[in-house]
Ligand binder design. Structure first.
Ligand code: COS
Length: 394
């Protein structure tokens, strides 16, 4: 149905040979194993199956560092982005399954003790444990620091109370990385924890549907007692744990959007060249060529921003708050435009429920919201730009 993913991206100077072989190996696997992006049926079962499949095939090794059974010594942004771009090209749910293994365990990979890493990461890499990231709350989404979930220290334990919502994998996760307030009411009072899904006092309080179905819901902590050994990093460091984890994964959200956009552009080209119209084909109409020209340019611009941010983190080892925000902002907004144009090129078929063009239209929307909405990225970019400009003036 879909054409194969263009491989020439890894010829750019951002990549090494390992990246080229990851991209082509995963592309071959996905081409054979992810043959339909439109899923029907029990989304929990589908997602569990995809995690298992990705784990068995070895692809989840790029979600964790070597110490936890991963492929490379540390999380590699370029590999995460290539994997999400490739999976996103074939199947949004497969990309979701991969991404949540990485994001949900990301705070453990980045900040966990060797014991915490050994306890959780190998199972994540094999697809034997499902991870989730529990940051947002009903009254604290974009404004994370407004969270009210509380973890109270009691001797060797913490007692958690509160509600987290918009939690992907709620209900199927084996553990949640959770951010809760332990101290003062500002950003310095947040601490990160790992909470096993079967801990008494932790319940999945709600499940809901979203336009591109995946497991998602709310979880509630009601006098949920966990040992202090489940704390990640120091008390009061949780906000930075969350932000630094998001810095890694935000560029990869852009990469998933890039994969979606490439799928849409391929479909648009195929459709335009095969659709007879006005005695010629749709592709011969200059108005279609204008659309395809714009799509291709936006796709390449998104790719360059994504891999610039990933390369900056991996190779220059710099903080990528600004460049990752730019990559996520541009790639998700551009993908929305590309996917919308593909719907237009497909005419009525583009809105037919169950058609891949319609599926992509539903799949892209959430990426402009989750892991920091477009408007949050704009704020982050503006702040960093002004901070840099102030620094330059000194
Ligand atoms: N890396 C490291 N430290 C960071 C950081 C980053 N990327 N971003 C902020 N910090 C630090 C700041 O340096 C500051 O530290 P000091 O107090 O030591 O100076 C501290 O964290 C607080 O930062 P800031 O003042 O920017 O906090 P705000 O509450 O104003 O943060 C935004 C605002 C919008 C940036 C933040 O709330 C955010 O990213 N929101 C979106 C959250 C999100 O993605 N939600 C989706 C959940 S996952 S689906």
């Amino acid at each position: 149905m879909l054409e194969t993913l263009p491989q020439n991206i890894t010829a750019l100077p951002f990549f090494d040979e390992g990246h080229a072989s990851l991209a082509s190996g995963l592309n071959d696997w996905a081409h054979s194993n992810l043959t339909n992006r439109v899923h029907v049926g029990d989304v929990d079962a589908l997602c569990k199956k995809l995690v298992k499949q990705l784990g068995q095939a070895g692809w989840l090794q790029w979600c964790v560092p070597q110490a936890g059974g991963g492929a490379l010594p540390a999380l590699d942004s370029r590999s995460l982005c290539l994997a999400r771009q490739t999976l996103g090209y074939y199947d949004g749910l497969a990309d979701f399954a991969f991404a949540m293994q990485g994001l949900g365990s990301g705070p453990i990979s980045l900040f966990g003790t060797p014991e915490q890493q050994a306890k959780y990461l190998p199972a994540v890499a094999k697809g034997q444990a499902i991870a989730a990231f529990a940051l947002s709350e009903p009254e604290a989404g974009s404004d994370v620091a407004a969270m009210t979930t509380r973890a109270t220290r009691e001797g060797q334990n913490y007692r958690l109370n509160g509600i987290k919502t918009w939690i992907s994998n709620a209900g199927i996760a084996d553990f949640y990385t959770v951010f809760a307030r332990t101290e003062c009411d500002d950003v310095d009072g947040v601490t990160a924890f790992v909470v096993d899904a079967d801990t008494p006092g932790l319940t999945v309080s709600e499940r809901f549907d979203v336009c591109a179905p995946h497991p998602i819901g709310s979880i509630e902590f009601s006098d949920c007692v966990i040992p202090a050994t489940q704390r990640l990093s120091e008390p009061g460091r949780g906000f930075k744990v969350a932000m630094q984890t998001l810095d890694v994964f935000r560029a990869s959200v852009g990469a998933a959007a890039l994969g979606f956009a490439q799928a849409a552009a391929d479909m648009a080209c195929t459709r335009a060249q095969n659709r007879p119209m006005f005695g010629t084909t749709l592709a011969d109409l200059q108005i279609t060529q204008a659309a395809i020209g714009q799509m291709a340019t936006e796709i390449d611009a998104a790719a360059l921003l994504i891999y610039r941010a990933a390369w900056q983190r991996d190779v220059l080892r710099q903080r990528t708050t600004k460049t990752a925000a730019m990559a996520k902002l541009f790639a998700t907004e551009a993908a929305q435009r590309v996917i919308d144009r593909n719907v237009q090129i497909h005419g009525g078929l583009g809105v037919k429920v169950g058609h891949p063009a319609e599926m992509l239209y539903r799949e892209i929307r959430a990426l402009r919201i989750y892991e920091g909405a477009t408007e949050v990225q704009q704020v982050v970019i503006a702040r960093e730009t002004m901070r840099q400009q102030q620094g330059d003036m000194k």
